[in-house]
Design a protein around this ligand. Structure first.
Ligand code: FCB
Length: 477
């Protein structure tokens, strides 16, 4: 690849004072198995819900699938070299459940495990700390056929799978996160159905959320017992939820969405209880009869760290009488019981996903987790942005993405100064990849991927990030 220390675009970098991060701060980048690996039918891998979903007409833009993706399965050593060139201290990847346990239960697939063994060895040989996520949304299809996450049994299957991965990789992987963004698995997968498996039933979504957390707790117990040295956590996607005004209806809308988006997971995992207001809000949807005695104790099994994925803020309001303002949109069905909430578009700059750019929201989010929930070390396990990139003269000058990272790293630093034990930051994403229902139409990578040739081009943001890592901070101009 080209020289990663090539100076970035002038005028974008370092718009503030020099900021140094604590020694040992874990600088990383993240990916997920289905988004990059490809090789969907190789090495004994069987279909996951995302294979089925993406192969179902009308589910993913352009009919895109992860069949080939970034072909990382075949290009892994080169991709690790690229990470090493960027100076990454850590790489967060996910293990594909249907690659290592194709049926979702029963014996492991040795060829599948071997791929991750080779990946971890390659990372360690390059001085890169492997950070393993057990579940980034690719449930083996047979488990969905048996009821999926709304079925309690799936939690136990997940713990068995976690054990099998720990047996194979636990001697060389220190950092483990069980689930990535259980909100998305539950509420986009079973609530609005815009993610696999594409079901839409509010009660199922709530049940799925519970069983995901139960699976998390059981997996933590299994990992803890067999790998006492491992650092164990979960990754949740969190949003500050702000009322559009201080009118009581708007404030209540914010309370409801905060309960569904954030407290639904934070409270059980870190406090061992569901928020009382959540149960009241959802009483028309579910009676929580799926929660059994002892579940919350399992779900709140002590952790070593918490991973936070941060992208944006939600601003919400109550509906208004008569014609609604254009900037109001009705809560979609991933927010069960909250049909009366309006999401408000503020008109601030957005990314190519239309997500509002709000770096101060990251400070708020990290402070909240620390101040209201836990003293555990926190990690930003994902943060990043999609923008339309163009290749010119073999270069991709992604100034908007670079500015996004810069602003959010400044926010991360501010959180540290405010007392948050933030120990690392993972850029989403190492490279452009399959962005779920958006297919390959949204690019989040620091590295450009040419999907025709599989060529990789580090963008300006990658070169800039390499320099940030080298300095352990952001330089002043
Ligand atoms: C997160 C997902 C990740 C990626 C980013 C943009 O919700 O964890 O896989 O899609 O969003």
């Amino acid at each position: 690849m080209s020289n990663p220390s090539h100076p970035p675009a002038v005028g974008v970098l370092d718009q503030g004072p020099e900021l140094t991060f604590p020694p040992g701060f874990l600088w990383g980048a993240a990916t997920a198995a289905y988004q990059i690996e490809g090789a969907a039918t190789e090495g004994g891998r069987a279909p996951s819900i995302w294979d089925t979903f993406s192969h179902t007409e009308g589910r993913v833009i352009g009919g895109h699938t992860g069949d080939v993706a970034c072909d990382h399965y075949h290009r892994m050593p080169d991709d690790v070299r690229l990470m090493a060139d960027l100076g990454l201290k850590s790489y967060r990847f996910s293990v594909s459940w249907p690659r290592v346990q194709p049926g979702g239960s029963g014996p492991a697939n040795p060829e599948g495990l071997d791929f991750y063994r080779r990946l971890v060895d390659e990372l360690l040989a390059n001085g890169i700390e492997p950070w393993l996520t057990l579940y980034h949304w690719d449930l083996p299809q047979p488990l969905e056929d048996a009821g999926g996450w709304p079925a309690r049994d799936t939690a136990g299957r997940f713990a068995d799978y976690a054990q099998l991965v720990a047996d194979a990789l636990g001697d060389r992987v220190k950092y483990w996160t069980t689930l990535n963004e259980p909100w998305c698995s539950a509420f986009l997968g079973y609530g609005s159905g815009v993610h696999a498996p594409g079901r839409s039933d509010g009660a199922d979504a709530v049940r799925a959320g519970h069983h995901l957390m139960l699976g998390h707790g059981l997996a933590v117990q299994a990992l803890r017992a067999s790998r006492p040295q491992a650092q164990l956590g979960i990754t949740v996607n969190l949003y500050p939820v702000t009322p559009a005004s201080d009118a009581p209806g708007d404030v209540d809308a914010a309370r409801r969405i905060d309960a569904l988006a954030n407290r639904f997971f934070l409270d059980p995992v870190l406090r061992g209880s569901y928020p009382a207001d959540l149960a009241a809000d959802l009483r028309e949807v579910t009676d929580f009869g799926h929660v059994r005695e002892g579940d919350l104790a399992v779900i709140s099994t002590p952790l070593d760290l918490v991973g936070v994925n941060y992208y944006s803020r939600h601003v919400v309001a109550a509906p208004v009488e008569g014609a609604e303002p254009e900037k109001y949109w009705r809560a979609p069905s991933c927010w069960p019981g909250s049909e009366d909430v309006r999401f408000v578009t503020r008109g601030v700059p957005v990314t190519d996903m239309d997500w509002e750019i709000d770096a101060p929201g990251l400070v708020e989010t990290l402070r909240r987790v620390h101040e209201e929930y836990t003293d555990l070390p926190l990690y930003v396990t994902e943060n990043g942005s999609a923008f339309v990139d163009t290749v010119a003269d073999g270069r991709v000058d992604d100034v908007d993405r670079l500015a996004y990272f810069d602003a959010h790293l400044r926010a991360s630093h501010e959180a540290i100064e405010a007392g948050v034990p933030l120990r690392g930051y993972f850029a989403w994403s190492l490279m452009d990849n399959f962005e779920w229902a958006w297919g390959y139409t949204k690019r989040f990578g620091m590295v450009w991927v040419d999907y025709d040739t599989q060529a990789r081009i580090p963008k300006s943001s990658a070169r800039w990030y390499a320099e940030v890592i080298r300095r352990n901070g952001l330089a002043a101009q």
